[in-house]
Design a protein around this ligand. Structure first.
Ligand code: SF4
Length: 342
């Protein structure tokens, strides 16, 4: 794993494998890093040590999704001694295993954060030109959170003040998740005129703009690309989705079977409240929620309501049937004001 931009903590992994006497080890990687899975497996399979007669460790690589700490491959976990889950950190989402019998087995999952060694200063220097205000909320994904002080120093050189706050539920100062932007919301960032996000992709900055209502400047330390996300446009899209669902008479309530997303209580409660208002509603349980999987139900319901990953509904804006979040559905039920959903 030489010269890789992320720290795979291989020595720690091998030590844990030896200490726990693990004979069968699982690996779970986000999509973009599955390309190094076999290299990792080859390194780990020899981790049993050099004692004469020591057998190789069997490594099982998960081919399933790995979207967040919410998405531990529970089936793989059942058949291995240790499961290394890369790219995410254990968070407030105390896992509620969907597979009941697993509750009695010891925790086998080790989260490897994949800290980045990329220098974030050049990207932040470029981002300064796009920042209009004097005070910015400074946030990052777990891969870059350890280096946010360096970003703060760059901003200070250009006369900008950075607020780095900690979410009660996350591990590091300034850390955000796709479903936890508390480090940049409300009293955590009252003075911030904008948010500077350090990381890759549009998933986090889109959510930050949508849920904070602030302009977000995103700086990617790997490509040094800077992008801007405006909240109004994003919010308009969500309001249009609610408007599309106002006349719906039947709803499919989406329930995810991923351990960190399984929210049966919320799904059942939404179905009951819909029924009380004379609407038809059905609980639909999925391992993986995709357009393909929803297609089979599109002639049976007028709209869907998502209780899985709270960001999922945004992926379906072009789907022929509206897909709402639970809070958005409450607007349809008349339990919440439109303005109160963000
Ligand atoms: S944003 Fe969605 S995928 Fe990411 S951690 Fe939260 S629930 Fe999981």
């Amino acid at each position: 794993m030489k010269n890789h931009a992320y720290d795979f903590e291989l020595e720690k992994i091998k030590r844990l494998v030896r200490e726990k006497g693990a004979r069968r080890v699982g690996l779970q990687l986000p999509e973009g890093l599955k390309t190094v899975a076999t290299e990792l497996a080859a390194e780990i399979s020899g981790a049993a040590g050099t004692e004469a007669g020591a057998e190789e460790v069997e490594v099982l690589i998960s081919g399933n999704s790995c979207f967040g700490a919410c998405d531990v491959d529970e089936r793989l976990e059942r058949v291995v001694d240790l499961l290394f889950h890369f790219g995410h950190t254990f968070s407030f989402q105390k896992r509620k295993p969907v597979l009941k019998e697993k509750e009695k087995t010891p925790e086998k999952v080790v989260f490897v954060e994949l800290r980045s060694s990329a220098d974030l200063k050049p990207a932040v220097e470029k981002a300064v030109a796009a920042i209009k205000g004097e005070v910015v909320g400074l946030v990052a994904t777990v891969q870059h959170a350890h280096a946010l002080k360096e970003a703060e120093e760059v901003l200070a050189r250009f006369g900008k003040k950075a607020e780095i706050r900690k979410s009660r539920n996350l591990k590091y100062e300034g850390q955000v998740l796709g479903c936890d932007f508390s480090a940049a919301v409300g009293s955590a960032c009252e003075d911030c005129e904008e948010v500077l996000f350090v990381g890759t992709g549009s998933f986090h900055p889109t959510g930050l703009a949508l849920y904070t209502g602030k302009r977000v400047v995103a700086a990617d330390p790997f490509t040094e690309q800077v992008s801007v996300f405006e909240p109004e446009e994003l919010r308009k899209r969500r309001w249009l989705e609610i408007a599309r669902a106002l006349d719906a008479r039947s709803f499919g309530i989406i329930l995810s079977l991923k351990s960190g997303q399984f929210n049966q209580e919320a799904a059942v409660s939404l179905r009951r409240r819909a029924a009380e208002r004379g609407l038809k509603a059905f609980l639909l349980a999925f391992d993986e929620v995709s357009e393909e999987r929803l297609l089979g139900f599109k002639t049976q319901v007028d709209a869907f309501v998502n209780t899985a990953c709270p960001r999922l509904a945004e992926d379906f804006v072009h789907f022929e049937k509206p897909v709402l979040s639970a809070a958005e559905f409450e607007v349809v039920l008349g339990e919440r004001e439109w303005e109160a959903i963000f």
